[in-house]
Design a binder for this molecule. Structure first.
Ligand SMILES: Nc1ncnc2c1ncn2[C@@H]1O[C@H](COP(=O)(O)OP(=O)(O)O)[C@@H](O)[C@H]1O
Ligand SMILES: [Mg+2]
Length: 266
């Protein structure tokens, strides 16, 4: 069954784009057909596939243009962001059903959408109309948290409040049921060992429900986005310098995928 996951949360630099990029590569290697949607006007994910453009992008979904999904690598397609995507909030502000424009577009292109096993959506860190459109179509919302982030607990609480508010605001008056049914999950990212804050972070993650993966802070992850090569695709000559990391990452991705599958079916 197809799954749509939005990677979001209210802060930049925690690893959303890096996780989407590396997770997509792993899914693709396992023969899943993946669609990536770049929902950040900074277009970091699109840039990772050397796709920087102002034409036929995600913005067109919202303004009645012609968005074009591009194949970017084996088993991965991408609907890129454009630098002018930041205009979208203003452009759709007064539209009826402005939180459901992506949903409408997906419904109109249901055959294309259903042809994927996974749709991964990267976002800009703010809970605006664009992100709300992404959440509205999602089965899962994945929030990466990092230890260095000052007060990650406050961040998490703040996100939960916004989600609750969004769910509440989206209750269909005819049925009393919210149109937002995405589940929220957390991924601990950039976990260091032997620092006090990382130890506290790991202890906190252990007590939190819905933590579906924990990923260490490693130079190889930074390298993956900087050099536009996913960890699972790096040659042995590079991987050798980071013993066990690729295996750890695959274990975490496997666990995360399994948890999401199980929860979707239950
Ligand atoms: N587990 C990790 N270990 C080390 N560096 C990481 C890790 N995850 C992400 N990074 C690096 O952190 C920086 C910010 O990550 P990015 O994915 O761009 O964050 P976001 O999309 O949330 O703004 C990038 O340089 C990225 O390569
Ligand atoms: Mg990003």
């Amino acid at each position: 069954m197809m799954q749509i996951m939005t990677f979001t949360g209210s802060k930049g630099g925690v690893g959303k784009t890096t996780l989407v990029f590396n997770y997509a590569a792993w899914l693709a290697q396992n023969n899943y057909h993946v669609l990536l949607i770049d929902g950040d006007f900074q277009a970091n994910l699109s840039a990772t596939y050397d796709l920087i453009t102002n034409k036929n992008t995600l913005l067109d979904v919202f303004i009645g243009g012609e968005p074009v999904i591009r194949p970017v690598t084996q088993n991965i397609d991408l609907l890129p962001a454009s630098p002018n995507l930041d205009r979208v909030e203003g452009l759709i502000q007064t539209k009826m059903y402005r939180e459901y424009l992506l949903m409408q577009w997906m419904r109109l292109h249901v055959d294309t959408i259903q042809s994927y096993d996974y749709i991964l959506i990267d976002t800009h860190p703010e809970f605006g109309l664009l992100t709300k459109n992404m959440i509205a179509v999602s089965d899962a919302v994945i929030v990466p948290l990092e230890p260095r982030e000052y007060g990650f607990k406050q961040l998490k609480t703040q996100f939960e409040l916004r989600m609750a508010e969004y769910r509440q605001d989206s209750i269909d008056p005819r049925t009393g049921v919210s149109d937002i049914d995405a589940q929220v999950y957390y991924v601990g990212n950039k976990i260091q060992h032997n620092t006090i804050e990382s130890r506290q972070f790991r202890e906190a993650l252990a007590t939190m429900p819905n933590v579906i993966a924990q990923i260490d802070a490693r130079e190889i992850m930074r390298k993956s986005t900087a050099q536009k090569q996913a960890v699972v695709e790096m040659p042995a000559s590079i991987l050798r310098k980071y013993p066990g990391f690729k295996e750890q990452l695959i274990t975490q991705f496997t666990r995360m995928t399994q948890t999401l599958q199980d929860n979707q079916h239950s």
